[in-house]
Design a protein around this ligand. Structure first.
Ligand code: NCD
Length: 338
């Protein structure tokens, strides 16, 4: 584990454990597998009559959302509550920053409330890294989605969904469809799938919504949905990220649906037991037909349930990585004094 700690100095402590959770780039396969295994065990907690374990008792988790969210914020809240943490959620987009307070001042105030973890969502790529670099060292930062850069907990809940429905990654063909260019989910999924050994990762979309150079990362790139979907095991649909588009990247939503919308006929090109995923919010009739979204191959709502377990895994593993780091530091300080 040590060489990877050197590669990801901000995310991993000197034992190679998580101390922040910012992106999936460069995280080793063993760590991703440990997150999935831990999440699997938390799924069982979610099925109990009393859905609580005491792992984060006495800790405070603060959700700081500079960008709107329903699913991600509420599942982080539930995850923290099921771990017995105290949880507060701030919708910063409608509070202090809009009254002129700087990001730094908001952070200093949250630190003064002695929160142990911040879950941060921000419309700027790199915001979570920036905060992790500047926050006081015993606060852990979890990225809840930054711009078009990364959405690591969504990436991991997508991996848990695939592993639970398909048993593994190596022999699967996985297609990610739609607005790849603006999607932090697509980026996190691609890193995770590659790290977990998936050998056939396809990205499908119009040229204007595909970043250049994806082939260099081992992705197979398709501009035709029918070609790209052929015999895949997993279809991950994405929402058009209108809020991140500048200029005329698309003729119209109707045209997009005609070419890239997932209809029942198109889904029939995939393997008969293929699963259909979507991070939500879904736009029916824009990227996906209602009959598919609500159909027997859809696992879109399972993803939401798995999201709580994955977030419990990430919160608890990051907290123990932080605690281990603090212990190590005090041992070092004691040695230096002797
Ligand atoms: C995704 C996001 O916010 O990046 N949604 C989510 O986390 N539930 C995808 C999207 O907004 O399209």
């Amino acid at each position: 584990m040590l060489p990877t700690a050197a590669k990801c100095p901000l995310q991993l402590n000197s034992h190679g454990q998580l101390r922040h959770f910012l992106s999936l780039d460069d995280l080793p396969r063993e760590l991703l597998t440990e997150i999935l295994d831990t999440a699997d065990s938390f799924l069982e907690v979610g099925a109990r009559a009393v859905k609580k374990v005491p792992l984060l008792r006495g800790k405070t988790v603060c959700n700081v959302f500079f960008e709107n969210s329903t699913r991600t914020r509420t599942t982080f809240e539930l995850a923290a509550q099921r771990l017995s943490a105290d949880v507060i959620s701030l919708n910063v987009s409608t509070s202090s920053t809009s009254k002129g307070e700087s990001l730094f001042d908001t952070l200093r105030n949250l630190e003064a409330m002695a929160a142990d973890m911040f879950v941060v969502r921000h419309s700027d790529s790199g915001a979570a890294h920036f905060i992790a670099e500047h926050v006081c060292p015993d606060v852990a930062i979890i990225n809840g989605g930054d711009g078009r850069h990364a959405h690591p907990t969504q990436g991991m809940l997508d991996m848990l969904t695939i592993r639970r429905h398909k048993g593994g990654f190596e022999n699967l063909s996985v297609a990610i469809v739609g607005d790849i260019l603006h999607s932090r989910v697509a980026r996190s999924d691609m890193f995770a799938l590659r790290a977990l050994g998936c050998r056939d990762i396809r990205v499908i979309g119009p040229k204007t919504l595909l970043p250049v150079g994806l082939e260099d990362y081992g992705m197979r790139v398709f501009t035709s949905l029918s070609e790209g979907l052929k015999d895949v095991d997993v279809v991950i649909m994405l929402r058009l990220q209108r809020e991140r588009m500048h200029g005329g990247l698309l003729p119209s939503e109707g045209e997009f649906y005609r070419l890239y919308g997932l209809s029942s006929e198109r889904l029939a090109l995939a393997k008969p037991d293929a699963i259909v995923m979507h991070p939500g919010p879904i736009n029916r009739g824009v990227e996906i037909e209602s009959a598919v979204a609500d159909g027997p191959q859809s696992v879109i709502l399972n993803q939401v349930t798995y999201g709580i377990a994955v977030r419990m895994a990430v919160l608890s593993m990051t907290m123990s990585g932080q605690t281990a780091e603090r212990q190590l530091e005090s041992e070092r300080a004691a040695e230096e004094q002797n």
